[in-house]
Design a protein around this ligand. Structure first.
Ligand code: 9WN
Length: 437
């Protein structure tokens, strides 16, 4: 019997689940460990048909938390040299508060865990027992937010910085080109692994990797000390996607703590952070001329004035007022919403820097589409939300469960328009959510 799309998606998630470590890899070969934001989004998919796995995914992730509240971007549960740079390059042990039980990177990723807990609760058919599970984990997520506000906001603005493009999740966005222009790293000698699994045309260049490694070398030379990183890292950015994830997660933590009861002090603190963050986000990151949110380069004190799918992610976190939201949606439809494009390209299709085949430089990503879909619905843009949903399902149906997809519709006629890793976990997980909401 022919498998349905949902069955195919469940099969991918189940195959990528690793019983020996109780976590799910993003995909075979290319990404063989546990990644922070992948795991969160994967748990949303599991919650629809296997709540135990959803809970285990989050539990395993949070077990690797450091004593200062930090959650690493990759946790190297297993040994394999199919990924570079691995545990021996990252050396998380250099940080005095790193977790001695788990080798990891010394950088983080978008803080999705708060809203993921809320999503799991929404999906659950046994709310009481799910809330009990959440009760065992929620303080760890709170501690993670405290880590961000206490260590990643040197000017006490309510906006946290990222110090590496791999922390953004949107790893080789053309936005970072402006930062690479301010750097001149050495040419390192290393063996890439990603390009043995995936067409190099779809991945970053060797020179880009030199920049990525150089920032880590600086952080390592300072034992991943946050203050030193804030002082010395050539990459120091306030990213609208990253901060929107934190704000959305604050909102979810407040709702969940209210359901659990007690915890008045934590709710009070979360509300304070939330108020300050939302105000600063709107004051500093909204670009009136472009009509959407942009990144801010804290190292060089200037806005990075480009439109990307991150510019619209704040809709998901209820950050813009309705007027701003309308402007953003108009801009999105004008630049990204042409009938010959699938929604939503990861970078402005009208820009010279747009590359619809390469990683974060243009292709459509299912995780950003899922946020956009939910954000648009929250503001009542139901028709456009439906288009995002239909486009997402169509590109997966036509091509398979890829990591990213060409945004140009013409490429979907006779060619294979899915790129990067295949049988990709969050593509499967979020499709399940879209099919069942
Ligand atoms: C580095 C795992 C990760 C995602 C990122 C995506 C890609 C890694 C890489 O894969 O990044 O973290 O080696 O390219 O850009 O968003 O979490 O799926």
């Amino acid at each position: 019997m022919k498998k349905t799309l949902q069955q195919k998606a469940e099969h991918i998630l189940d195959s990528n689940f690793k019983t020996e470590g109780e976590f799910t890899i993003p995909c075979e070969n290319l990404y063989p460990f546990q990644w922070f934001w992948d795991s969160g989004l994967i748990a949303i998919g599991f919650a629809h048909y296997d709540m135990q796995k959803a809970e285990r995914e989050i539990k395993t992730l949070l077990k690797a938390q450091w004593s200062n509240g930090f959650i690493p971007h990759i946790i190297f549960h297993t040994e394999t040299d199919s990924y570079f740079p691995g545990a021996n390059f990252h050396r998380s042990d250099l940080h005095p508060e790193s977790n001695p039980k788990y080798k990891s990177t010394g950088m983080t990723q978008p803080p999705v865990t708060g809203f993921v807990l809320k999503e799991i609760y929404r999906i659950s058919e046994v709310k009481e027992s799910t809330l009990k599970f959440i009760e065992t984990q929620i303080d760890k997520v709170y501690d993670n937010h405290r880590y961000f506000y206490e260590n990643r906001d040197p000017q006490n603005e309510g906006l946290v910085y990222i110090y590496h493009n791999w922390e953004s999740g949107t790893d080789n966005s053309p936005i970072w080109d402006d930062i690479w222009e301010t750097m001149n790293p050495p040419e390192y000698d290393f063996e890439r692994r990603d390009t043995t699994h995936v067409d190099p045309e779809e991945r970053p260049s060797k020179r880009e990797y030199d920049h990525y490694l150089h920032i880590i070398e600086i952080a390592k030379a300072n034992n991943y000390n946050d203050e030193k990183i804030a002082e010395l890292s050539p990459f120091l950015v306030q990213d609208p996607l990253f901060n929107a994830m934190l704000i959305k997660s604050n909102e979810s933590l407040i709702e969940l703590y209210n359901l659990i009861g007690g915890n008045e002090n934590k709710i009070k603190q979360l509300k304070k952070w939330q108020q300050k963050s939302k105000t600063a986000f709107n004051d500093k990151l909204f670009d009136e001329e472009l009509g959407a949110y942009v990144h801010y380069d804290l190292r060089n004190e200037k806005a990075l004035r480009y439109l990307s799918s991150s510019s619209f992610a704040p809709l998901f976190a209820n950050i813009p007022d309705t007027e701003k939201a309308e402007t953003m949606v108009d801009v999105m439809m004008e630049k990204f919403g042409n009938e010959n494009q699938y929604l939503c390209a990861s970078f402005d299709p009208t820009s010279e820097r747009f590359n619809p085949k390469k990683y974060w430089r243009g292709p459509v990503w299912v995780n950003l589409n899922w946020m956009l879909y939910n954000g648009l619905k929250q503001y009542g843009f139901n028709d456009i939300a439906e288009r995002v949903k239909t486009d997402t399902i169509t590109i997966i149906e036509n091509n398979g469960f890829y990591e990213y997809f060409d945004s140009r519709k013409e490429m979907h006629k006779d060619n294979k328009a899915g790129y990067g890793g295949n049988n990709f976990s969050w593509t499967a997980a979020l499709l399940i959510d879209l099919l069942n909401e």
